[in-house]
Design a protein around this ligand. Structure first.
Ligand SMILES: Nc1ncnc2c1ncn2[C@@H]1O[C@H](COP(=O)(O)OP(=O)(O)OP(=O)(O)O)[C@@H](O)[C@H]1O
Length: 409
């Protein structure tokens, strides 16, 4: 049997919809070339299995005792791929397969795909140059929602933009009295049922420090962050101190959220209304989606400074939902920062961005960490080129839950 042709397509700057992927899955040219049976590995396929379990209790990717709903992002992806490979497909469409996966898993998956490529056609959609599967020799053409065969893939250097020049806006309010240690976990352990996920975590985050939180898929990063933001009750009754107050003994979750800027790509999907860029940034002062209160001229002026900082003056009145993905991320960061929070949490802010776009986000984060007093927790599986973080808190899985280690320097 001849080795199949493998394709890769860089989606940077394109809007690829679910139905475009589904039509590629059904494309006649692909079936004729590779064989009749294809699988689509994407967020979309995963959502369908999650939906089946959520609505009908039907479990296809896990056994009956287990649940897809409680798995971490990476764990879900691994289960989906294992299931799809067991179907013995003739071709496999991989929609940004490595986003959200830890480095070890990416390495193992690349090796597994290389073996698979001997007999199964691979079609990879990607944005980051480092993700490109080296055995993909051909490219696709995407026009009017349809993918066609393209010519040979030309190796291309990522051609990164220089870090953008950013001018910091003035602070809207002075930071209220904050203790030097903003967040403190003292020997905190967390379990779900009989399973211990975090074991004896001890971690201090002080004013103006920049941390990268790392750890393999399922090591407990989201669990740890949700205890800080108040989105999980797991922190209550533990030796966890947020802005000097023991968790559960003082402020409401609402009060807490006022002091934390939180950015995750998932947030972009929540703002699908008519809000302008300017309203989105001003809305960050009150954490509101629409504007329920007329902003003061000072608030408007500081929002304008933030919008200038991220280079979007000309799009101030554009609708947020019409922006490119990277511009949406920059707006969300400005929106999180306008209230001058003592803590900024960035959960995979470069997720699914292309190399140049990721470099823009990294440039903004560097500027924030140099020029503001906010402590930053940055979560990502990628080691972003150029990102300046001085401390790392690493979760390492053990049989009794993940343990945390600090790395400075
Ligand atoms: N509500 C829950 N019930 C049972 N188990 C859970 C629940 N929430 C999380 N877990 C488990 O806790 C572990 C840690 O999950 P978490 O989402 O915090 O990991 P993560 O480090 O953020 O992973 P990823 O990098 O893949 O996003 C996982 O094994 C997950 O299955």
């Amino acid at each position: 049997m001849a080795t199949p042709t493998h394709y890769a397509y860089n989606t940077t700057g394109q809007r690829i919809r679910q139905q475009d992927l589904v039509s590629l899955l059904k494309a006649d040219w692909l079936k004729q070339e590779a064989g009749p049976r294809g699988q689509l590995f994407s967020e979309y396929s995963l959502t369908q299995y999650l939906d089946l379990e959520y609505r009908l209790g039907e479990k296809i990717l896990t056994n009956d005792q287990d649940s897809l709903l409680t798995k971490s992002t990476g764990e879900r992806k691994k289960l989906l791929l294992a299931y799809q490979l067991a179907q013995n497909p003739d071709y496999l469409i991989l929609d940004h397969p490595f986003d959200g996966l830890d480095l070890e898993t990416v390495k193992a998956l690349k090796a597994q795909l290389r073996l698979l490529a001997g007999h199964t056609a691979i079609l990879q959609l990607y944005t980051r140059h480092e993700d490109l599967l080296t055995f993909c020799t051909d490219t696709l053409v995407f026009e009017n929602g349809t993918f066609y065969k393209g010519g040979k893939l030309k190796p291309k250097d990522p051609d990164l933009k220089a870090e953008a020049e950013y001018q910091m806006p003035q602070a809207l309010t002075a930071s209220s009295d904050m203790p030097e240690v903003l967040i403190e976990f003292r020997d905190v352990s967390v379990s779900f049922g009989d399973t211990c996920v975090l074991q004896n975590i001890t971690w201090q985050i002080k004013k103006a420090e920049t941390w990268q939180l790392t750890g393999a898929n399922g090591s407990g990063k989201t669990t740890l962050l949700s205890m800080i933001t108040g989105d999980s009750v797991k922190g209550y009754g533990k030796e966890l101190y947020i802005f000097g107050t023991k968790k559960g003994s003082g402020e409401s979750v609402w009060e807490l959220k006022k002091k934390i800027g939180y950015v995750t790509p998932v947030l972009t999907e929540r703002f699908d209304g008519m809000h302008s860029v300017s309203d989105m940034v001003v809305g960050g002062i009150y954490d509101s989606v629409g504007l329920y209160k007329r902003p003061t001229s000072l608030e408007r002026s500081i929002a304008a400074q933030w919008i200038a900082l991220i280079g979007l003056e000309s799009k101030s009145s554009s609708r947020f939902r019409d922006l490119s993905e990277v511009n949406k991320r920059l707006v969300l960061i400005a929106r999180a920062m306008i209230k001058n929070p003592p803590l900024l949490i960035l959960d995979e802010p470069t997720f699914a961005l292309g190399d140049q776009d990721a470099a823009l986000v990294v440039g903004l984060i560097n500027k924030l960490s140099e020029s503001t007093r906010a402590a930053i927790i940055y979560v990502s599986h990628r080691q972003e080129p150029g990102l300046r973080v001085d401390r790392e808190f690493r979760l390492t899985k053990t049989e009794k839950g993940s343990v945390g280690t600090l790395k400075e320097g």
